[in-house]
Write a protein that binds this ligand. Sequence first.
Ligand SMILES: *Cc1c(COP(=O)(O)O)cnc(C)c1O
Length: 226
Amino acid sequence: MDEDLSHRYAAVKAALEAAAKAAGRTPDAAALVAVSKTHGPEAIRPVIAAGQRIFGENRVQEAKAKWPSLRAETPDLELRLIGPLQSNKAGEAVALFDVIETVDREKIAAALAAEMERQGRRLRLYVQVNTGEEPQKAGIAPGEALAFVERCRTVHGLAIEGLMCIPPAEDDPAPHFQLLARLARQAGLERLSMGMSGDFETAVAHGATSVRVGSAIFGQREAYGG
Ligand SMILES: *Cc1c(COP(=O)(O)O)cnc(C)c1O
């Protein structure tokens, strides 16, 4: 295994456990989602070999090109979609992913419900909340989140597992994590997907049950990957 990669992966795992313990939580309280977007199988395989099983990708097409062969090699992988989903890609997304973290509007909820029914697959789903109310960012507005989760359940028959957020890059993330945790409590949801390379320890302190870490493990991405 590439020495830098192996050191970075071990360091992230150790920091995640330490953050959980410091918060008075069990060491494995927050699962690590390794965000492999823009990185090819040659970078991903060593991380799988080191024991990592949960991976996140932000584009359906890119994931489709990379993951079927990796999954054939290691059947117990879990793949999460953490980027925006277009309803015309719902079929491909349901076929490929185990978890979709970016449910944020009626049209997507309806498309996922229809595709899961058609394919006989039950994915685990998160509602993405735009905690910073940024116009260019995906996610449901905080003030609409509870009603949307309820409509996912009652209108679309979807079991929502938790909430996900991406705080504005320039903000202190802590208030965003607190807001997401409060909304989840109000909605009766136990899972919180929050925290990235720069702020996962803060997220764990605020109750994250999974953190999405890319560059701290894989190194910097090529510019095109966003
Ligand atoms: C890219 C990405 C991440 C990982 O970001 P890093 O800063 O590289 O850890 C996490 N969440 C989402 C939604 C992403 O798109």
